[in-house]
Design a protein around this ligand. Structure first.
Ligand code: FPP
Length: 267
């Protein structure tokens, strides 16, 4: 049971946003497309790398806030399979920041009860990053609070392609028949197996795209687009987004939960 005093102490601006909300309506799983690091740097006449560095601070704040709000899962899109197309120096910078993050943030993750779960084709990452991830997963696996999924070398289509390939291999080996493939089976083949689908997807920086993120999992996810650039995304922005979500009526293709009769159902 969530208690308001624990989530947002009285007198804080966050409390004002959450006051009066039905806390059982907060999302279980929030996914974020972190966008706008480059523009944030350009606006300040700084090199792009400084935008990514400032983005790490926003990652820390989002994870701490999600843990404090007692969300179950936060999924962050940190590096897509398409991001390899960026200039070599920028890819190296992002990988360097990931290395730093894994070294510096481990204590913060553990002390917040956060359990780290990297998703994506991790085998293509540098061996020392794979080791850093494995170490962080091991160090945080007892975390009973938030699951922090960090998508690295991830794309929704690649994830689905891998699932189709696995299905074909299992069928060829006689371990799978066509009728066994249902929605649950497919969900279980994905990198996110075992966690609920995102309730809320946030994209920063004003872009209105999904960019190959969690394509299967977001079938009924509520979308929240904000013009705030990722390095400027604060705890208050996340809290506003989840509070906005708590007011929405989700239908999952059916009718409003109040029930308006069979002729008014819309997606
Ligand atoms: C988009 O900004 C952001 C990314 C490509 C990467 C996000 C990465 C971080 C926040 C830092 C690394 C994260 C972790 C967890 C270690 P952009 O460069 O596309 O911005 P722009 O569209 O304004 O150019």
């Amino acid at each position: 049971m969530k208690e308001l005093d624990r989530l947002a102490p009285p007198g804080t601006p966050e409390r004002a946003t959450l006051d009066g909300l039905d806390l059982t309506r907060l999302p279980r799983h929030v996914a974020i497309i972190m966008d706008g690091n480059g523009r944030w740097a350009r606006q300040r006449g700084l090199p792009r790398v400084e935008g990514h560095r400032a983005g790490i601070r926003a990652v820390r704040e989002a994870a701490e806030t999600a843990a404090r709000l007692e969300l179950e899962v936060l999924t962050l899109y940190a590096f897509s399979t398409e991001n390899w197309k960026r200039p070599g120096w920028e890819v190296r910078t992002l990988m360097g920041l990931l290395r730093e993050y894994l070294q510096r943030e481990l204590d913060v993750l553990v002390s917040n009860g956060i359990c780290l779960r990297p998703i994506g084709r991790l085998e293509a990452l540098e061996p020392d990053i794979q080791q850093g991830l494995a170490k962080a997963v091991e160090a945080t696996h007892k975390g009973t609070g938030l699951t922090l999924q960090i998508a690295l070398n991830y794309s929704g289509r690649t994830e689905l392609m891998d699932a189709f390939r696995s299905a074909a291999r299992q069928a060829a080996g006689g371990e799978l028949v066509a009728d066994q493939i249902d929605e649950d089976w497919i969900s279980g083949q994905l990198a996110t197996a075992g966690v609920p689908d995102p309730d809320l997807l946030i994209r920063t920086s004003g872009e209105l795209r999904i960019s190959n993120f969690l394509l299967w999992q977001i079938a009924y996810t509520e979308l929240h687009f904000t013009p705030v650039l990722w390095p400027d995304f604060r705890a208050s922005d996340l809290i506003r987004a989840v509070a906005d979500y708590a007011h929405r009526e989700r239908r999952f293709g059916g009718v409003l939960s109040g029930g308006h009769g069979p002729d008014v159902g819309e997606d």
